[in-house]
Design a protein around this ligand. Structure first.
Ligand code: MG
Length: 380
């Protein structure tokens, strides 16, 4: 079923700590809200997403929100949650979607499966929301002393999105008094059939400071990037080649604009690639004489700096040097140590290996050296 999503982000969220409302705080590279919006924008049946924000939040909202034609301009909320939802519904009214899903901005880990379950239940019922059955024992206590047990059978912990037929919930809000309770309560009170569908443990609401630790760990699990790099340099006259910053004696040298460290170039390009920030040539144009003969360490340091600035860390680097000669094996550990020094990684996260091409091709004819590298980044 086609639906519009209404994201309620007008709350102040003071219990979660921090200087800004929790929905505008960062989870890795993007805000809590930006992640929540993306969860709906990416859903194939979502036709529009509209966010209700506080009056003071326009600037925070604009920062890092995804560009997507389905994302409508935000609407300013009211003094209560009900007033905010009403404002959002009114703004969606002219589009008259068949269904609307109303969701807390502070639940960024809502999954497509949860959204699908809510959608599937609207139609057979007039409204639906996800929830988790209570599994812990329930006790009533007074002054720290047990006063009696409570039966948990049939009790559910509510999550969002709460889903409704659009015309139904708009009508209920228009008829409701200011400060009416939440949308499910409105629908239930009006005699509408409301279904409970299974929620998801990760679809929790960021409420207390500890919730941010959980959210960031979850985001880190999800945000992994991989990049690859490849480079070739031809042999020219000389007495040594430089590979991963290590001088390896040879009867020729590698030619290039910089020190021609083909292996370090491949590693650097793998890091820029993982960030989708181009390659060495974009950051250090060969047309600029400044980089002539430069130690390639400058390039790698720049890539490492960008990784940190973007909020990632390097999980590992793997590089293969492809040549018939010189022999790489005896120098591989020194190369690993040099890459470890420059990147600040443990040496166990850096692999340097070598292969020949069985005397085939330009590397087989010993006309030059090629290098292949892969790097994985994780956030934070
Ligand atoms: Mg190069």
């Amino acid at each position: 079923m086609e639906f519009a999503a209404l994201i309620v982000a007008a709350g102040r969220g003071v219990r979660a700590g921090g200087e800004r409302p929790k929905q505008f705080q960062m989870l890795g590279e993007r805000s809590v809200l930006a992640r929540t919006l993306a969860a709906f924008l990416d859903h194939p049946h979502c036709s529009a997403v509209l966010c209700v924000i506080g009056e003071a939040d326009a600037q925070d909202y604009a920062h890092g929100v995804p560009t997507d034609p389905k994302l409508l301009p935000p609407v300013i909320g009211g003094d209560t949650r009900q007033a905010s939802v009403r404002a959002g519904l009114e703004a969606l009214a002219e589009r008259s979607p068949r269904a609307v899903l109303i969701h807390d901005a502070a639940r960024p880990f809502v999954t497509p499966a949860v959204i699908d379950r809510v959608l599937a239940a609207i139609g057979p019922s007039e409204a639906a929301f996800p929830a988790l059955p209570l599994v812990d024992a329930l006790w009533h206590a007074e002054d720290g002393q047990v006063a009696g047990a409570r039966d948990r059978a049939g009790l559910w912990r509510a999550q969002t999105p709460q889903g409704f037929l659009f015309e139904d919930i708009l009508g209920l809000h228009r008829a409701a008094e200011t400060g009416a309770p939440d949308d499910v309560t409105l629908a239930h009170a009006a005699g509408h059939k409301v279904s409970v569908v299974m929620g998801d443990g990760n679809n929790f609401k960021i409420t207390l400071p500890g919730d941010f630790d959980r959210a960031r760990a979850l985001e880190a699990d999800l945000d992994v990037r991989t990049g690859t790099g490849y480079d070739v340099h031809a042999f020219g006259p000389g007495k040594a080649v430089i590979l991963c910053g290590v001088e390896v004696p040879h009867d020729r040298a590698l030619r290039g604009h910089s020190d021609a460290d083909v292996a370090m170039h491949a590693i650097t390009d793998a890091l820029f690639g993982a960030l989708a920030e181009g390659d060495i040539g974009r950051w250090f144009p060969p047309s600029e004489p400044e980089w002539k003969g430069a130690a390639s360490e400058i390039f790698l340091r720049k890539a490492v700096e960008r990784v940190a600035e973007r909020g990632y860390r390097i999980a590992n680097i793997d590089c293969t040097v492809i040549c018939e000669e010189p022999k790489i094996g005896p120098h591989a550990d020194a190369m690993r140590a040099e890459i470890a020094r420059i990147t600040g990684l443990g040496i166990d996260r850096i692999s340097i290996k070598a292969t020949t091409t069985e005397r085939l091709g330009f590397t087989g004819r010993a006309e030059g050296i090629a290098a292949d590298a892969a790097a994985t980044l994780v956030s934070p």
